[in-house]
Structures are given as structure tokens and as C-alpha cells.
Ligand binder design. Sequence first.
Ligand SMILES: [Zn+2]
Ligand SMILES: [Zn+2]
Ligand SMILES: [Zn+2]
Ligand SMILES: [Zn+2]
Ligand SMILES: [Zn+2]
Ligand SMILES: [Zn+2]
Length: 479
Amino acid sequence: MSWRDSLTSIPGTVAQLINESASTLMHVSSSLGSAVGSSGSETGGSEESGPQGGEYRALPIPASLVREQWRLIFTSDANSQDLQAAIAHCRDLVLLSEELSEERRWLVRHLVDLRYSLQELEEAQEQQSDMVVMNAIRAVVGHHFVPHHPHHGKRSRLQAAARRNYCDHCTTIIWSVVQSSYVCSDCGFLVHQKCIDGVKRVCAHVLVSERQHPISEICPEIGLAAQGYKCAECGTMLNIKNTWIEPRLCDYSGLYYCPRCNWNDSNFIPARIIHNWDFSPRRVSRTALQEIRLFLNKPLIRLEEDNPKLFVFVEKLSAVKKLRQNLVHMRHYLAACRMASELKLVDQQLGGRRHLAQSNEFYSLWDLSQVESGALTEFLQAVFKEFNNHIRSCPMCLAQAYICEICSNDEVIFPFDDGCIKCDQCNSIFHRVCLTRKNMICPKCVRIQERRLQLDRLKSSENDDDDEVSTDDDVAAAE
Ligand SMILES: [Zn+2]
Ligand SMILES: [Zn+2]
Ligand SMILES: [Zn+2]
Ligand SMILES: [Zn+2]
Ligand SMILES: [Zn+2]
Ligand SMILES: [Zn+2]
């Protein structure tokens, strides 16, 4: 008996409703979703919608049903009893719900989804031979596939609700109870064991190493005709006439893909951040999603060089730049300090993000999204505090401190102190107020200048009988 037949046991209007949504859903899932899908609203977040990520999945669960969620939502590790129980419960709720209400609409669609999934699972179960012991690493088009063992522990159902794993090759769900699967240890590509030999998409890790930098033009679209009306990845014809294969534009590569290669995932686009400081999520292909994720933590973006105006317009950015500049000064102290290196202070504070204190030039995509959310400022402030605590209490670091020669006050000052300023010419440090009193003219540079003039005068008077030449080195040595 197919799931459609079993609908007849449900009262008239409901059955009709279910049949209507069923045909919508069948249409949606057969074309893999025309999808207005949900868009990740979180800054820097990316959202995987799953291959059927279309209208259905975009429908949020009605608030009144949230309590029932754990009995209704299934995950990749469900077995057929789980699904049957969910179906029974969902059906009861449909009958209890008010006609034409939001709940009924959601429940009916969900019921269709559940039945469709049960059917899929049962089919997978029939081909159980699929469940074989695997342990070897398999290399296919650049991927390094290792056996995937989804977590079976007792997670909270709510947490697990998002965890349905789909095969990156055939786009159907991976029923982990009856199907074996592999995951690429480099790019996260997930695939049924039975699909592994058919994989065509080159590993995103390979693409990233070839490309070196994220695509820097905003959605460099070439158009369907230039693509020969073929999916940019698998070559499926996307010809619009007489077929229902929907071309899906990837906002990252500017290329069109078929619904199997573009699941309407959303992610921010590196080029849009760099050019427009725009973090809004856009639709991207699977391969783009995997590629952007691999670029995420790499400090590759010279933001100020690419777009200097941003530092004028985006206040958070100029704050981060200032903080990083200070950390760079501090790192010079810590690098020279034996105690700080014994404590591994820099590593301990910055971990894998050492680039943040190496210069203030390079940013990773993750850094930029954290600038926008404010998290990076907080992080850098905390690091600043730790470094500052060390330097001000460490005899070795204090020995490298400065004294403002304008006010000759005993207070030690550092180039990273608020209210202090460094002379770009001679690297001396002064209180900002003190230097302002001197009209921003550095007394040390004035001294150097005077001495140079003196030497020049001496030189010209001696020049007739002596060829001795004075150089800038003499001046510096005199200091
Ligand atoms: Zn891979
Ligand atoms: Zn598959
Ligand atoms: Zn394709
Ligand atoms: Zn120290
Ligand atoms: Zn001073
Ligand atoms: Zn100076």
C-alpha cells in the first residue's frame, strides 16, 4: 500500500487538503524545490537548507506546536518505528487542529514529508546489503572519504532537529541506521556508500588550493548561453523549454547550476563583504558553500588595500584596526621577553589567530564577520587586557618602557597606551597632550635636525682644507 492510498482513512476535507499539499510537495521535491527557502539572518552565518530546502522547509513550526516538536521531527538516525510513531502522532494532531489554521497547514505538510521519508527509508532498508563494514579511506576526484559515523548518543531532540544528513551526490537523505556513508575529511562532502563511485564534484579543498583567494568579483555572471545551458558542475542540460530543470544562479561564482548541485544554501559572499560591507546571505551552490567554508579561517584578505574607504565609513573596523595596531606593538615586547615566551602568552591568548597581532593588514572572512557582529572587538580587548597586565608587571618588559621627555614625568609609557603618541620619524613616545602643547613638533627630531645643521656648517667651513664627509650615521651616532 502506498502512502497516498493510506490517506483515504482520513476524513474528506483533510484528505483533500493532504492530497493537495502532497502534489505540491511531490512537485517541489521532484524539481528539488523552487524554493524561496529560509535565509540565514545571523551575521556571518551560513545555512544549509538540504536538497529539498524549499517552501516546505521554510515554513517555521507554529509556536503552538513547538512542545510537540520532539515527537514530530525526525533525524537521519531514525528507524521506521520512529517514523511510524511520528506519523501516527502527526495524524492525531491534524484531526485535533482547527480547519484552515496555520497549525493544520504545517501538520499536513509535515505528514506528507513524514510519509515520503518513511517510504524512502523502507526502500533503503530493502537494499540493506548496502550496510557493509568499511574502514579504508577512499580517494575520489580529490576527496579523501572516510567512513562517516553520525553521532548516535542521546542528544536533545531539539538540538538534533536540524540534523538530517543528505547525500551530496544523489541529494536524498542518508538513513544512518540502514545505510553506510562516507565524509570527505577535507571538505565535508557527505555521500552514500553506494554513491561514492559516481561523485563528480571536485573536492573544494583542491579548488581552494588552486584559487588561493576567494573570488573577488561580485557574482561574475556569464549567463546561461555562455554556459551552453548546462549545469556548471555536472553538465546536466538546463534548457528551460520543455523541461522543468530550474537553473539556479550561484551568487559566489556567478554560474548556473542544476538543483542537484545547488540546494539553495545561503551564505555571505566574500566579494560583497569586501566591496560593499554586505553580509547578507545569498544563494550559493554546494561547491561554493564548501569552498567558502574552507576559506573562512584563512587570513588572506588585505581589506585596507582592497577597500580603504571602509575604514572611514565602518566605525567598528577602525576600532579593530587600532586595537590590532596596539597588539602588534605589544607582540614586539612579548617576543623579546623570556618570561612571556615561557608562559606561551601569545599562543595561549591568540591560538590559531596569531595573524591578528602580526600586522593589522590581513583579515579572514571569519574575522570580518566578527567585526560586524562586534565579537572581534570584544576578543581583541580581552587579549589586550592580558598582554597589558603582563607587560606592566614584568621587569623585563618594563625595562623597555619609555618616559615622556617633554614633561619628564616619572610615569612609564608604552607605544600602545591610550593617550600616547609615537613620532613616526624617530619612534619616540610622548604623551599626546604634551606633544600637542609643542604643536606636534617632536623635540627629539628638532634636536637631530639642529645637530645636522651644525655638522653641515662645520663641514662647509672645513671643506677647503679637509675632505671629511659627515653622513646621517654620524648624526644617529651622536644621538
Ligand atoms: Zn572533499
Ligand atoms: Zn547518495
Ligand atoms: Zn548539476
Ligand atoms: Zn615580559
Ligand atoms: Zn609628557
Ligand atoms: Zn621624533
